[in-house]
Write a protein that binds this ligand. Structure first.
Ligand SMILES: N[C@@H](CCC(=O)N[C@@H](CS)C(=O)NCC(=O)O)C(=O)O
Length: 218
C-alpha cells in the first residue's frame, strides 16, 4: 500500500488540525508543503478549489476538507480512540468544530486581516468573536480539555484557530479574563503533538525526495 499524500501548509489552522488528527492516529503520509501564493500544480490538478489541506488516498480518493481528513483518520486508525471525548460524544465534538468554522472563523479572519489597516473594524470583528471564546472558557471550567480530562478531537479541531486569534495581539489576549482558556491554549502550544506537527519543511517541488510525516523526532 502506498502512503496517502497530504498537501499541507505549516501555518494554516485547517491543515494543522488535519495533521494533528493524523499524528494522533499514528498515520503516516507523504507530506508536500505548499506555499499559498505559488501552489503546486499537482495539488490543483487533484483539487481545483485549491485550499489546504488536501489528502489523496492510495485508491485515488481526494479529501478536500480538513474535517474529511479528520473523519478519515478517526475511522481508519487509533485516532478514534485517542481523540474520543472524555465526556459527550464524537458527534458533539465534530459539531463544535463545525460551529466554530461558521460562528468564529469569519470574525477571526476580519480581526487578523484588518488589524494593521483598519483597527476600528478589526476591533469590531474581535468583539464578535468573543462569544465563542467565552463559551470555550466555560466549557473548560473544572476540566483540562474541552470535553473532559483528556485531549479530544474538539481540542485539536479548535485550538489552532484560538492560537491564530491569540497571536494577532498576544498582550491583549493574555490580559483578558478567560482564566480557563489561556492555560488550555498554553498547554496545547507546549504539547509534543503540536510541536511534532509544526516541524518546518521547505516548499515541495516534484523532484524532491519523499517527506514522511509525522516526523520521528520533534
Ligand atoms: N474548509 C476548508 C478551508 C481550508 C482553507 O481555507 N485553507 C486556506 C489556508 S489556511 C487556504 O488554502 N486558502 C487558499 C488560499 O489562500 O489560496 C478546510 O476545512 O479544509
Amino acid at each position: 500500500m502506498t502512503l496517502p499524500i497530504l498537501y499541507s501548509f505549516r501555518r494554516c489552522p485547517y491543515a494543522m488540525r488535519a495533521r494533528l488528527a493524523l499524528e494522533a492516529g499514528g498515520i503516516k503520509v507523504i507530506l508536500r508543503e505548499i506555499v499559498l501564493r505559488d501552489k503546486a500544480p499537482e495539488m490543483i490538478a487533484v483539487s481545483a478549489k485549491a485550499t489546504v489541506p488536501v489528502m489523496v488516498l492510495d485508491d485515488g480518493t481526494v479529501l478536500e476538507e480538513s474535517l474529511d481528513v479528520i473523519r478519515w483518520a478517526l475511522d481508519h486508525s487509533d485516532a478514534g480512540k485517542t481523540l474520543a471525548p472524555g465526556t459527550g460524544n464524537m458527534r458533539g465534538a465534530l459539531a463544535l468544530i463545525e460551529r466554530m468554522d461558521v460562528d468564529f472563523k469569519p470574525h477571526l479572519d476580519a480581526y487578523k486581516y484588518l488589524y494593521r489597516s483598519n483597527q476600528v473594524a478589526a476591533f469590531a470583528a474581535r468583539e464578535k468573536a468573543l462569544a465563542f471564546l467565552f463559551e470555550l472558557d466555560e466549557m473548560l471550567a473544572g476540566q483540562d480539555y474541552l470535553m473532559g480530562q483528556k485531549r479530544s478531537v474538539a481540542d485539536i479541531g479548535v485550538a489552532p484557530f484560538v492560537r491564530q486569534f491569540a497571536h494577532v495581539d498576544r498582550d491583549w489576549f493574555y490580559a483578558q479574563g478567560w482564566e480557563n482558556l489561556k492555560p488550555w491554549l498554553l498547554v496545547f502550544l507546549e504539547s509534543d503533538p503540536f510541536k511534532r506537527i509544526m516541524k518546518k519543511y521547505p516548499k515541495w517541488v516534484a523532484r524532491d525526495d519523499v517527506t514522511v510525516f509525522p516526523p520521528e523526532v520533534i
